[in-house]
Design a binder for this molecule. Structure first.
Ligand SMILES: C[S@@+](CC[C@H](N)C(=O)[O-])C[C@H]1O[C@@H](n2cnc3c(N)ncnc32)[C@H](O)[C@@H]1O
Length: 407
């Protein structure tokens, strides 16, 4: 056990039992596969195995310390996030079709706030579709929407598969980072030169019945993807073929409109860089970050940074235009989050009056917006990319400080 693990809160007996059951499912599959499975398959089971995976089982997941959650996402922090994003979504809907599709809707908070914000802008969508892998989360989303935006109940539908074609706006907030990623190790040649590095795929094997990291030579699509990366060795890193395939499928099916993908990540030349030679695989448990994906499988979220160059390429190859790429802070400021906050807390009034009016809700709103846009918090780590087809004119969210050139 590492020091980091020693500091993690003890899981309950029920949580341990669920994790043991999942570990047995994984171990049985490893044995059936001849003793090894890719890290991507492991992550898929750890997060999405029916009834037992992190997202498909009963863990609390989203929410603050007190609520027993593991992490907070932007929509959970404040409705101002959805309100700012809604201004961009409204522009896209007006130029395409009044339909929103949200992928990976989590607790349903963004869906509820987005519907209310779009209605306030006078452009409630005809239909709000949700693509969600987890049955447990789908039920949670239904409950959130019934409680917070019941007037839109008849406009929301859950899709069981990707639509053949769609128009309007697709939103994916922190979805790509939750997709199974392959893990690799680039090994320098015998002379210690980067020249022709050996590409090894890191996966999962069994040792005395325990899950352990085990390597095999990389091959096929993964090897091809690794060979297209900057030359690095020695280096450990991740490549999410699943995220690329997903963007490419949804991009191909988009007839008119745009995809807005928001996540933590970097352009390829910054992500695959000696500064990140340990990769970006991280696990989240009760607001602690740890680096052992085999610690009680199914109890921690597992994520890795998004390669935004790969996302742009997948869209571009499917015939989409890269409409914008910037930091979350720039995007939200371009969408007017400062003004939305000002309206909420009465900025512009006499400062003394503002102070006397200040209440806990105002302080929380200011704090939340600070987290969303501060470069030391989410503002710089998170990026927004827009990929679109048939969209006239520039998008509001990228009006200033667009960084498409950096991809
Ligand atoms: C980190 S959570 C983010 C949830 C929410 N968007 C938010 O920001 O609070 C990741 C979400 O993506 C979903 N997800 C992962 N892969 C998906 C896929 N291929 N299609 C649809 N949803 C997916 C998960 O089930 C989960 O709801």
């Amino acid at each position: 056990m590492t020091l980091q693990q020693a500091e993690l809160p003890e899981p309950s007996d029920d949580a341990r039992a669920a994790s043991d059951a999942l570990t047995q499912v994984i171990a049985a599959e490893i044995a059936a596969r001849g003793g090894w499975m890719s890290f991507a398959r492991y992550m898929e089971l750890a997060l999405y195995a029916p009834g037992l995976g992190y997202y498909s089982g009963g863990s609390h997941k989203f929410g603050g310390h007190q609520s027993g959650g593991d992490f907070l996402t932007a929509p959970e922090l404040t409705p101002l996030y959805a309100q700012a994003l809604a201004r961009q979504v409204a522009q896209i809907l007006a130029a395409s079709s009044p339909v929103v599709m949200e992928a990976g809707a989590g607790s349903g908070k963004l869906a509820a706030d987005m519907l209310l914000a779009l209605a306030a802008l006078g452009c409630a969508p005809k239909c709000y579709r949700i693509l969600e892998l987890s049955g447990e989360l789908r039920a949670r989303q239904q409950a959130t929407l019934a409680e917070q935006a019941p007037q839109f109940a008849d406009r929301v539908e859950w899709l069981d598969e990707l639509p053949e074609h769609y128009s309007g706006c697709l939103i994916g907030n922190e979805v790509l980072d939750a997709m199974p990623t392959h893990a690799l190790r680039w090994e320098a040649d015998d002379a210690g030169e980067v020249g022709e590095p050996r590409m090894l795929e890191r996966g999962v094997g069994l040792s005395d019945g325990r899950l352990v990291e085990a390597e095999e030579p990389a091959h096929g699509a993964l090897l091809a993807a690794a060979q297209a990366m900057p030359l690095l060795a020695p280096y450990r890193g991740e490549i999410s073929l699943a995220a690329r395939a997903w963007v490419s499928e949804l991009a191909r099916r988009l007839k008119q409109g745009a995809m807005l993908l928001i996540d933590y990540g970097l352009p390829r030349h910054e992500l695959y860089h000696p500064l990140r030679d340990g990769g970006t695989l991280r696990c989240h448990y009760r607001h602690r970050v740890h680096e052992d994906p085999f610690w009680f499988p199914g109890l921690s979220d597992i994520t890795s940074h998004v390669d935004f160059t790969a996302v742009a390429e997948a869209g571009f190859d499917a015939g989409l235009d890269v409409l914008g790429y910037t930091s979350q802070a720039n995007f939200l400021l371009n969408c007017g989050i400062g003004e939305l906050l000002g309206r909420k807390v009465g900025a512009g009034d006499d400062p003394k009056v503002v102070q006397s009016k200040a209440n806990m809700a105002d302080l929380r709103a200011r704090g939340a917006v600070n987290v969303l846009i501060s470069p030391n918090e989410m503002g710089e780590l998170f990026k927004v990319i827009a990929l679109g087809r048939g969209m006239p004119g520039p998008l509001l969210g990228f009006a200033r400080a667009d960084r498409v050139h950096a991809l």
